[in-house]
Structures are given as C-alpha cells and as structure tokens.
Design a protein around this ligand. Structure first.
Ligand code: HEC
Ligand code: HEC
Length: 226
C-alpha cells in the first residue's frame, strides 16, 4: 500500500472511530437526562424531564461557553429542571431545596471540546433562527432594568443579577455569554415553538419591546464578563 493511501485509511479509521465514540458517550452519559430528539407527548413529559433538550444545541449555545461550562458546570437554573419538584413551602414562602439538586457531571478539556463541537452540529429548528433579524442598540442600564422588572415582569421568574430575580427560570444575567443572540430573540418571541411544554409564557410582545429586552441582556452579559 502506498504511504498516501495508508495515511488516508488510518485517517478515515481514526475519524470514524472517534465519531462512533462520541455518539456512544453522548448516548450513555448525556442522553439519560437530556433529550436528543423532539418528544411529542403530553405535559407529563415536562414534569418528568430531567434537563433541557439538547437536539437544537447548535442553534442555542455559544461554543466557547459550552467548552468552559462543561469543564466547570455551575447552576443556571436555581430551581432545577422542573422547579416545583425542588420547592418546599415554608411560612416565609416557597424556597428551593438545594439538597435535591445534583451536581452536574464535568468533563476534561479535550472531552469538553469534542462534546461541544458535537453539540454545535445539532441544528434542528434552523428555520426559527433564519427568520430573526436583530441588530443591537444602545440602552441604559436603568431603562433596561425598568423594562425587564416593571413593564414585562421577566424578573418574577428570571434573575438579572446574582442576587435579584425569580428562581423558576434560567438565570439571565449570563444569557448573553451562554446563548446565541438570535436564539434569545426567538425564544422571547415564540417560546412554544422551541418547546411544546415550555414554562415560559408567550406575551406577544412587540418587536420594539423585545429589542429592548435583548439589548438589556447584552449589557448585563458584557458587564458580567469584566
Ligand atoms: C443526571 C442527569 C444529567 C446528565 C447525565 C447530564 N446532564 Fe446536563 N444538565 C442536567 C441538569 C439538571 C441541568 C441543569 C443544571 C442547572 O442549570 O443547574 C443540566 C444542564 C446542562 C447544560 C446547560 C443547559 C441549559 O440550561 O442551558 C448543558 C449544555 C448540559 N447539561 C450538557 C450535558 C452533557 C453534554 C452531558 C453529557 C456529558 C450532560 N449534560 C449530562 C442534568 C444532566
Ligand atoms: C412565568 C415565568 C416566566 C416569565 C414571566 C418569563 N420567563 Fe423566560 N423562561 C421561563 C422558563 C421556565 C424558561 C425555561 C424553559 C423551561 O424550562 O420550560 C424560560 C426561558 C427563557 C429564555 C431562554 C433561556 C434558556 O436558557 O434557554 C429567555 C431568553 C427568556 N426566558 C427570557 C424572558 C424574558 C425576557 C421575559 C420577560 C418578557 C421572560 N423570560 C419571562 C420562565 C419565565
């Protein structure tokens, strides 16, 4: 066999065997909690769901964030995947029972890079991304916050800083660093098209309102990076 042919054979073998590995790894180590295809069923699916779906991960996350987070996962959803399952009722109101929330598996740098690159290839729901057109505008912190907290009441479910906001939705002061901007716009516009059983209400907000909300999340994300 010529040296070139040998190299090609070895290369093909390595590529395909590493791909086989990653799918098996994902199937055994991630798909036990995260779904990798759309599940059509009734709301009991949402109650039992252990973690967010990942079959559209390539249209949702920023790859650099995935690589970092998978090595050092921090909590994004203060109340876990389905907050009522982790809530205890007390005289002072409902509180999250941290003991019922498990630590997330963490990966080495090479594993995190390979998994992130695999996830970025999962591009279901591309059509929702394709119809978004958003270009950032400047917003002041006070006007952004007023809109987020008072006018749209997003803060009842989401945190816009480490110490302020609701615990039933994912924290949003890190959203800009974690999520692709078109996904953020699309999710606020039509959450139910991303997830049949989303717990996020569609408030039929005007485009100009959504623009302000996303500009505010951008501002928070950029502050958070400093
Ligand atoms: C035992 C269940 C379980 C397994 C196994 C698991 N995860 Fe998770 N994952 C979770 C939960 C619960 C969360 C939400 C954590 C949070 O926000 O605090 C999560 C969050 C995530 C997130 C961020 C999701 C978001 O809210 O945007 C990513 C990305 C992720 N997991 C990827 C993976 C990958 C890749 C694997 C396989 C290596 C994996 N997970 C294995 C339960 C699991
Ligand atoms: C009633 C609670 C509630 C309100 C009010 C709410 N959300 Fe959400 N939101 C959620 C939940 C819960 C999710 C995650 C989807 C799920 O787990 O079903 C979510 C998801 C999101 C996401 C995607 C985040 C991710 O990690 O995938 C964005 C962006 C978002 N919300 C922005 C907003 C904005 C902006 C507002 C105000 C207009 C708002 N939300 C109001 C509960 C809420």
């Amino acid at each position: 066999m010529g040296i070139l042919l040998k190299t090609v054979v070895i290369l093909l073998f390595t590529l395909s065997s590493s791909f086989a590995d990653i799918s098996t790894f994902i199937k055994n180590d991630c798909a036990t909690c995260h779904s990798f295809k759309e599940v059509k069923s009734d709301f009991t699916e949402r109650i039992k769901r252990k973690a967010s779906p990942l079959y559209y991960a390539g249209n949702k996350y920023k790859e650099e964030w995935l690589v970092l987070w998978l090595q050092n996962p921090t909590r994004i959803r203060p109340g876990g995947s389905f907050p009522p399952n982790h809530t205890i009722v007390t005289d002072e109101g409902d509180i999250i029972d941290d003991k019922t929330l498990d630590k997330h598996v963490s990966l080495s740098l090479p594993q995190a890079k390979e998994v992130a690159s695999y996830l970025m290839g999962l591009k279901t729901k591309q059509e929702l991304i394709d119809k978004i057109d958003y270009s950032p505008k400047k917003i002041s912190k006070s006007s952004g916050k007023l809109n987020f907290v008072k006018f749209q009441a997003c803060q009842s479910c989401h945190k816009d800083s480490r110490d302020e906001g609701g615990v039933s939705g994912p924290e949003l002061y890190t959203a800009w660093n974690r999520l692709q901007e078109k996904y953020i716009v699309s999710y606020i516009t039509e959450p139910e098209l991303w997830d049949d059983h989303t717990m996020m209400p569609n408030k039929n907000l005007k485009k100009s309102r959504i623009q302000k909300l996303v500009d505010y999340l951008k501002l928070l994300g950029e502050e958070n990076e400093k």
